[in-house]
Design a protein around this ligand. Sequence first.
Ligand SMILES: [Zn+2]
Length: 577
Amino acid sequence: MVFDYSTLPREFKRHYLPQGIEFEWADLNRVFGELGERSLGSEAALEKWLLDEAELDAYLYEQRTIRYFNSTRQTDNLEYAKAYEQYTELLEPKVKLAGFELLKRYASSQFRGRLPTRVYGLEDRRRRSAVSIFREENVDLEKEDSTLSQKYYRITGAMTVSFRGEERTLQQMSKFFEVPDRGVREEAWRLTTQRALGNREALDSIYSEMVALRDRIARNAGFDNFRDYTFVKKDRFDYTPHDCEIFHQAVEEAIVPLSRDIDRRRSERMGVDVLRPWDLQVDPAGREAMRPFDQVPALVSGAGKVISKVDTELSSYFQRMVDLQLLDLDSRKGKAPGGYQEELAEVRLPLIFMNAVGKDDDVRTLLHECGHSFHTFLMRKAMLPFFNGGANMPNEFSEVASMSMEIISGEHYEGAFYDREDAKRSNWKEAVDNVKLFAWVATIDAFQHWVYTHPQHTEEERANAWVATFNRFCGLESYEGLESSRAYRWHRQLHIFEVPFYYIEYGIALTGALGVWSRYRKDPKDAIEAYKSALTLGCARPLPELFEAAGVEWGFGPTALRRLAGELRSAVKEYGE
Ligand SMILES: [Zn+2]
């Protein structure tokens, strides 16, 4: 199955890049060279230069995305694998370095401060911040860090177990946690956890190396610790580490009691005295897992129905994706696991990749990725004079785009995927999952705050710190006799290894998405208008303004969490009883 990108409509013409440019260093180097040497003798020249650079960025991002998409669609196609590897190993490091030279050139321009703040202000701040923390000696250290990440990925990716006569990955085992038979769930859970613990020492030592490296990177750049460095590196201009600590506290006070009430009710309904870790995914009334669709065409037509009830403009975007074959949804042999949305930045069209097998989660995943796609479509209206995608887009807001769609779409599942009972079930599960997500975000984030502000810790101290953090936010399940599986549970959260401090962004976005949902339940039209207008803004405005445009208050402290806990509590009751 080959996807032909050349057939996609090119609605945004190039003004700068040569039509025949090839994605190889000789051609790219010429463009970088021209941008590096061109005279920037006026504000107008600088603005034109930024616009041309944005065209190059969009081209680079699109070419990367095409290679990534191909390699994940067909992991068994060696040509695709090689093309993506060649990009990451050979081209990307050169592109990064050349890009940094342009960043320095921008930062030293005397006309920088004279560009209109409303348009360029935030981007200017990002660029200056990136230049200020760059250290030549960190380039190699960061490369070592990503080598360690690959090591982590290789070890965890190779973990399989043999269950019911079949070799299965740990992800594939997760479906057995939903079967009504408690014995099967326990067996599956124990096997999976045992397997993960088998690599405990290797994973612990990879992480120790990472922490030491990251601490050095931060100190090289003049920071006390890697946490404070990361806040600057990730352009977190609108909140501080202390705000995150307040969030942890607020989760403990407002969300954890709700999470434990949900577990209490779960154990009553299941008729068990003590919940165990393998009791948390199953339907508490003992029903079989939901089956919203059998084949992908039914998933697509169901999603189409749901979105058309949400909004006609969004519905036209979804139809466009269907028509242009921008959806790769079915689970096939040779396809990489997981799901994502990526932008083809030059044609400004989204792609969705996932592995649908007929589960309730698949419906939520597709609608989530549709939210990201709507963001891509709506940003076409912004036409910012610098690159709007990739790492420039803050996840604290892009996940509002996706999670909002994931949550509010549930209001229309009846008739599209489910009868009334299952539609309620799906919404109950979504509400419970979001309560648990807040608690898990706080766990993962608070743990990392401890890790990087105590970089000299021993592995034993770290395991103890994890258990203390875990117990602060966990539900009512008992780990009696399973203590070591609890102590190393974090080994399976790849974000801790691969993208440190990323997880809090989900928590912040979830407050925004729940805000959109709560507005939608009162006044759907009004809520969607605000949602859409916020999505057109791209990455040019600070987070509080993006939230405000979406019609929700910026903030993830005790006031916001108490209010959201109240709404989640009534949703759990409304859908669950
Ligand atoms: Zn997402």
